[in-house]
Design a protein around this ligand. Sequence first.
Ligand SMILES: N=C(N)NCCC[C@H](NC(=O)[C@@H]1CCC/C1=C\[C@H](COP(=O)(O)O)NC(=O)[C@@H](N)Cc1ccccc1)C(N)=O
Length: 161
Amino acid sequence: MSQWEIRMSGSRGVAYFYNPATKASVWETPDGLTEEEVKKLPGAELLTRPVKVRASHLLVKHSGSRNPSSWRQAKITCSKAEAIETLRKYQSQINGSHERFAELAKEYSDCSSARMGGDLGVFGSGQMQKPFENAAFALKIGEMSDIVETESGVHLILRTE
Ligand SMILES: N=C(N)NCCC[C@H](NC(=O)[C@@H]1CCC/C1=C\[C@H](COP(=O)(O)O)NC(=O)[C@@H](N)Cc1ccccc1)C(N)=O
């Protein structure tokens, strides 16, 4: 059976099967593929991708951010490297604690969501910048991301629902 792979369709956020050799794309599991074989296909993680998530984040902006200003600092001048270093420091202080995450987001996040401990509410595919969306949607509930870079700056993400 020529190799199938799993891809995500546009903004509908629904996974489908694609066969690069035959260029066939089908919504349902191709005949002859067992459940076990499907789980081993490239892109299999997309099959368990949620439709919507709720997440909090701690954003540290830098001079290269698309909007280098926030409630904390009118003109943000730190370099991207310094922002990453700062976020690493917060990451080690958080050390997996959801409470610490919310406390540090409230105090240090350069996003207006800081006042809600970083909570962004529920969002679906197509709402956030792709690197942020992909990282948030790949997290299990309660899991924290490593450092994620977007046009806004560098983030730590905690998936809460
Ligand atoms: N709930 C939504 N749909 N709100 C629109 C999101 C727009 C989206 N934003 C992002 O992808 C990044 C990642 C998370 C926050 C964020 C960026 C910025 C900060 O960066 P900056 O734009 O200065 O570069 N914060 C926001 O947008 C805030 N309104 C998020 C928020 C705050 C309070 C409550 C809910 C949501 C985008 N497509 O640009």
